[in-house]
Design a binder for this molecule. Sequence first.
Ligand SMILES: Cc1cc2nc3c(=O)[nH]c(=O)nc-3n(C[C@H](O)[C@H](O)[C@H](O)COP(=O)(O)O)c2cc1C
Length: 394
Amino acid sequence: MKVEVSERLASRYLCLADFEGDARRRLPWSIFGFIEGGSEDGQSLRANRAAFEAVEFVPRALVNTSGRTPEAQTLGRRWDAPFGVSPMGAIGVAAFEADIALARAAASRNVPFILSSSSLVPMERVIEANPHTWFQAYLSRDRKDDLPYLDRIAGNGFETLVITVDVPVGGNREENVRRGYSSPLRPNARMVIDSLCHPRWLAGTFGRSVLSRGMPHFENMPAERFPMFSLSARRTQGRDNLDWSDLSRLRDAWKKRLVVKGLLAPQDAERAARCGLDGIIVSNHGGRQLDGATAPLTALPDMVRAAGAMPVLLDGGIRRGTDVLKALALGASHVFLGRPMLYATVAGGASGAARAMDILKTEIVRDMALLGVRHLGELDASIVRTRARNLTAP
Ligand SMILES: Cc1cc2nc3c(=O)[nH]c(=O)nc-3n(C[C@H](O)[C@H](O)[C@H](O)COP(=O)(O)O)c2cc1C
């Protein structure tokens, strides 16, 4: 499971932001826009970053931090770092078998990878590449589909199921419409020209995918196998008929670890704990669903209080080791990154993703020394404060 990082890759990419510019150049305009964008006016997308920038550290001095470690114990396993990869659907359109590349990188760096049910690679191949992969699904609108689906997921050996609940309907992503991105992708003249202008993507991602396994399909949906490119197919995304009783049913049916992703309200955190969940991921879907939804980091302290003993995980807006440590100090037990890990995969496949993980881990280890922290369990809210507090008079 070893994934090597070449000297060239290591010297070219020094921070996570370095991958984004490369991905922007390599990808057709419509596909880059699909990854980068948020919904409507991008308020939540910007809030996710602003929330991290509003928190500052109060480091401790003269602490012996030699031998410090960023290891984390989360959901029954020891990981080499307190971050992982968020589930992202349809990413095979951006990089060749991106799910497998990310799964391999995560396995080699011993961090969790969450496979999206909207992925283009069958779950069977992904779990083979990384036996510790978590699986993310949506509860299906048609409840009768759930049980055979859960059997397939459990039968393949997935130990942790993540249910995303912030997509009762698709978010309003106008930028996708402007750029001609849809799911399934509907080929049109502009997309053809855009693709021809990105020959590396055309040959290395699209051509290679089609030549190796035929036209990509959504392989891991409960009911049907849907094409990624189609002039006529339409996906029904709505699942606005579901409620907490559906989650309780699922809790009864799924005997392994169950996590819910996409909560922001403390009332929902309490409810999740009562439902017997093993954890929650505080998330606004990377600013891609309800625009104006609060940033996960802003919501975090209240969520942690409401969750009691249940672990609280977080994603959205993490770009630096310092961001990871801020979230942990405010009570998260693990954090996840979406876009930066995908950009790194676009730039360098599994090695690119591994390089991104190495960068983040190195930043965390350095920052722990600068903060005066030997292990992550020492982090608490006393090591951070919000910038706004500086403005209040003593
Ligand atoms: C291209 C893309 C596809 C995504 N697909 C899914 C998905 O299938 N399921 C899901 O729960 N979240 C999905 N998300 C949201 C991510 O899991 C995650 O919440 C978000 O990307 C975190 O924010 P960040 O990108 O700022 O790290 C997707 C995000 C992106 C960028």
